[in-house]
Design a protein around this ligand. Structure first.
Ligand code: FES
Length: 383
């Protein structure tokens, strides 16, 4: 998964080279990086530092960053999960989620993939300035786009086949799932992949190699067009050929693509419980102009305990609350998992995204603390 804003890049060249030099020197010292390019907050405990061991070109616009823990141990993750990477640019923290593309198999080097985004701040910064040997701040791995989540949801229901629908670089977590499952399961796996016109296919060679190695268990079909009619036709055809098996379905791509696939699946009678989606949407860019200049005071209630924190302009309620010692639950920090939901009792906030919150939850005053900034004095409650 990649979440990237389209805000125009504004860093000065001097700042760029200075930060780069600091990062090179400090990261090569080997221990935890502390620099003027890093936010002076207590949240370092919420993140891990990973060392970049190798960078490979996947396409002219995409690179994979291989990483390991500082003690050189293997990063532990489930196929389909992502890392929340944090960089400090233009005086504030930016976070983006990047799916791990490696198989979750012992001994397989761990890597996440970054694709260049026109005007994108964080992805382009990673692609242009991060090098082998540097350290990177990351949270996670997180995410429920996994087979383990399907097992939790479906219990012992028999699964013989898994069908994956991917749009463009949405194939990143899917290639991790496919490669892992080909080694660890007996499922029949099918990939339906739309590559936008004129773009190279990400992991094309790897998919070819998997097809050759597992001709009986892995099928791959390019989707020429991802418009609603083509998707409906494809799914109608696939499901009309179906035997008694009820496949699981994984979808990864932008919202419009996911909605088309989901709708077509619904029309052929596939139950929602058998469908798993990974969101590939970018929340709106934070517009500081819309936020009050002055820090806003927030009262956070959890049970009988109350904590008061000041939230400076540009900081999220989650960051300010955690810095102030409030035990706000959280996982992804990028509006994806929903674990930081809090109830607003008074005051107003501006939220960049409501992520997985339902309309009913929103109507009951729930907001995502990691995506929200106060517009006034507020009182919130941890449910
Ligand atoms: S921490 Fe995951 S949505 Fe806020």
């Amino acid at each position: 998964m990649v979440m990237e804003s389209s805000k125009t890049r504004r860093r000065s060249l001097i700042g760029t080279f200075a930060e780069r030099a600091i990062r090179l020197i400090e990261s090569r010292i080997g221990e935890k990086r502390v620099s003027s390019a890093e936010p002076p907050s207590s949240d370092t405990e919420r993140y891990r530092h990973l060392r970049i061991t190798r960078i490979t070109n996947e396409t002219p616009n995409a690179k994979s960053f291989y990483v390991e823990e500082l003690d050189r141990s293997e990063l532990s993750f489930r196929a389909g999960q992502y890392l929340t990477v944090e960089v400090y640019l233009d005086g504030r923290v930016h976070r983006r989620a990047y799916s791990l593309m490696s198989p979750a198999l012992p001994g397989a080097a761990r890597a996440f993939t970054v694709e260049r985004v026109p005007g994108g701040k964080v992805s382009n910064h990673l692609l242009d300035f991060y090098e082998e040997g540097m350290l990177i701040r990351a949270r996670g791995p997180s995410g429920d786009f996994t087979v383990e989540r399907a097992e939790e949801r479906l219990g012992n229901a028999a699964v013989e086949e898994i069908r994956f629908f991917a749009y463009g670089n949405g194939v990143t977590p899917i290639v991790s799932l496919v490669e892992t499952l080909l080694e660890t399961s007996t499922h029949l796996l099918s990939l339906y992949h739309h590559v936008p016109h004129g773009e190279p296919r990400l992991f094309g060679n790897r998919i070819e190699a998997l097809l050759k190695a597992h001709p009986d268990r892995f099928r791959d079909q390019r989707i020429e067009s991802a418009d609603a009619d083509s998707i409906h036709h494809l799914i109608d055809t696939l499901w009309s050929l179906e035997s008694s098996a009820k496949p699981l379905v994984y979808i990864c791509g932008p919202r419009s693509f996911r909605e088309r696939v989901s709708l077509a699946l619904e029309e052929v009678g596939v139950r929602r419980s058998r469908v798993f989606e990974e969101r590939f949407d970018s929340p709106p860019t934070l517009n500081l102009v819309e936020l009050p200049e002055e820090p806003q005071r927030i009262t956070i209630r959890f049970g009988e305990t109350v904590r008061h924190v000041e939230v400076p302009r540009g900081k999220t309620i989650l960051d300010a609350g955690l810095d102030g010692g409030a035990p706000l639950p959280h996982r992804c920090m990028i509006g994806d998992c929903g674990s930081c939901a809090v109830r607003v009792q008074s005051g107003e906030a501006w939220s960049r995204s409501d992520g997985p919150l339902s309309q009913r939850e929103r109507e009951r005053g729930m907001i995502l603390a990691c995506m929200s900034h106060p517009l006034s004095k507020m009182e919130i409650e941890i449910p």
